[in-house]
Design a protein around this ligand. Sequence first.
Ligand SMILES: Cc1cc2nc3c(=O)[nH]c(=O)nc-3n(C[C@H](O)[C@H](O)[C@H](O)COP(=O)(O)OP(=O)(O)OC[C@H]3O[C@@H](n4cnc5c(N)ncnc54)[C@H](O)[C@@H]3O)c2cc1C
Ligand SMILES: NC(=O)c1ccc[n+]([C@@H]2O[C@H](COP(=O)([O-])OP(=O)(O)OC[C@H]3O[C@@H](n4cnc5c(N)ncnc54)[C@H](O)[C@@H]3O)[C@@H](O)[C@H]2O)c1
Length: 462
Amino acid sequence: MEKFDAIIIGSGQGGNPLARKLAKKGLRTAIIEKRLIGGTCINDGCTPTKSMIACAKAAQTVREAAQWGIYLDQHSVSIDLPFIVERKNKIVTQFRNGTIRSLENEPDISIFYGTAAFSGIRQVSITQPDDKVITIEATNIFINTGAATIIPEIPGLSEIPYLTSTSILDIKQIPPELIVLGGSYIGLEMGQLFQRLGSHVSIIEPGPHLMSREDADVAAVVKNMLETEGMTIHTSSKPDKISGTDNTLSLDIVSGTSRKTITGTHLLVATGRRPQSAELQLSNTNVTTDEKGFIQVNDQLETTCPGIYAMGDVKPGPAFTHISYNDHLLLYKNLFENKQLSIKSRQVPYCMFTDPQLGRIGLSEKEAADKGYPFKVACLGMDKVARAIETGQTTGFMKAIVHAATDKILGAAIIGEQGGEIMSVLQMAMAGDLTATQLKEMVFAHPLYAESINNLFMTLEK
Ligand SMILES: Cc1cc2nc3c(=O)[nH]c(=O)nc-3n(C[C@H](O)[C@H](O)[C@H](O)COP(=O)(O)OP(=O)(O)OC[C@H]3O[C@@H](n4cnc5c(N)ncnc54)[C@H](O)[C@@H]3O)c2cc1C
Ligand SMILES: NC(=O)c1ccc[n+]([C@@H]2O[C@H](COP(=O)([O-])OP(=O)(O)OC[C@H]3O[C@@H](n4cnc5c(N)ncnc54)[C@H](O)[C@@H]3O)[C@@H](O)[C@H]2O)c1
């Protein structure tokens, strides 16, 4: 049996950089991947979606050109979906090949293609594509197997063709009528993308408002901006039954005591993701999972079995690329640089890439209230931001939650043009413990969106 210093299961956003770091340290490292090097982010997640969203944004800008006094000879926009998919594939391939090269360039990394399962506490068996099984062992094992689409139990769903966030990336024709189950990150990013490419999109969300984790005022702006583009949004609506054949689908939704039927040609399931832990045969170890299959870890990402660690989406908590990446840094520093870093205190920024974006950091207003903090809310409409007025991008607002006693920023939500970038400026301010008063008086270059951070905190004076 081949022996390694470390085994990494899954070529995700934490696993790849960790493999490189371990190898650079001279540790013999095996990385096992059952599908595609680069994991979800590169192959099915961030990279392909944001590449396609860029095309949809261009289509929308052309459609709205008259707003800037630009007129087109033709009256409609025609969309070349095969071109958009091919462009996306080129970017994905470029990113994936870059990752493969970076792993192959390290002599101490061995890449194994196949599905990994534990056959002992230190042993991992790999079922390779030709069905041959090999077993390897190591003292340290890192699980980075990510997550996959949840398919909810809705009567009739298993009998009809449906799309997931992965399969929709390669469809050949634009769905005329796309029903999307789920009004969160995937449903809204994908929904707006396909609406802009020419579909009519209906979002079905059981929660009282879109993006249940966000404040209701933020969700209301998102709903309004998507409806303005022609999308239909059903909140407080639970799918009850679905039927149909290729290109004629009929979905019954229940809202309180009322019931209605939505029809469409295609269905996208975007109701969340489940951890990929079942194939790992964790019963051969002392690693425990919660009732949903998430691998249980402590604040230092140690599982309940010494020597086995988990990072990224397979453990509970926020499921983002930058979190998985940060997990690998924490593990490396704790294991090899005598640090005692914890995931408890780290910042969790995120950005939903609708257009405009929603940038988020720290506490929402609702969370601050639930925690009982004394706080003030600074809020500035994007229609008061000079840069937004100049560029014609006035949808949304900036909001920051400020501790009433310390003047420190507890959280922020920016729903508006460059929302993610503006949020990152506030994130840096939070990391540096800057106060709202300091930000109100800081010199920013004019006329940046960030300059309006001055005005955002001036609203606290009123
Ligand atoms: C449509 C979509 C859009 C997204 N957009 C964003 C975004 O804009 N920003 C953002 O921060 N996040 C985004 N995410 C989330 C992001 O992709 C994940 O949080 C990120 O990829 C972290 O994943 P990971 O490192 O846990 O593992 P993953 O990247 O999921 O990789 C896990 C790897 O493990 C492999 N694997 C699983 N089981 C086994 C096994 N038994 N043996 C061998 N290999 C195995 C899988 O094939 C996979 O390659 C998006 C996700 C989706 C689906
Ligand atoms: N920009 C980003 O950072 C980004 C983009 C896409 C995905 N992601 C990551 O991917 C993960 C998965 O995203 P997601 O949007 O699929 O999941 P999610 O868990 O964020 O939301 C799932 C949504 O589906 C709804 N839902 C649940 N059951 C349903 C049903 N039967 N019918 C209709 N709706 C139902 C929920 O109420 C919820 O609003 C997220 O946790 C996120 O971290 C991030």
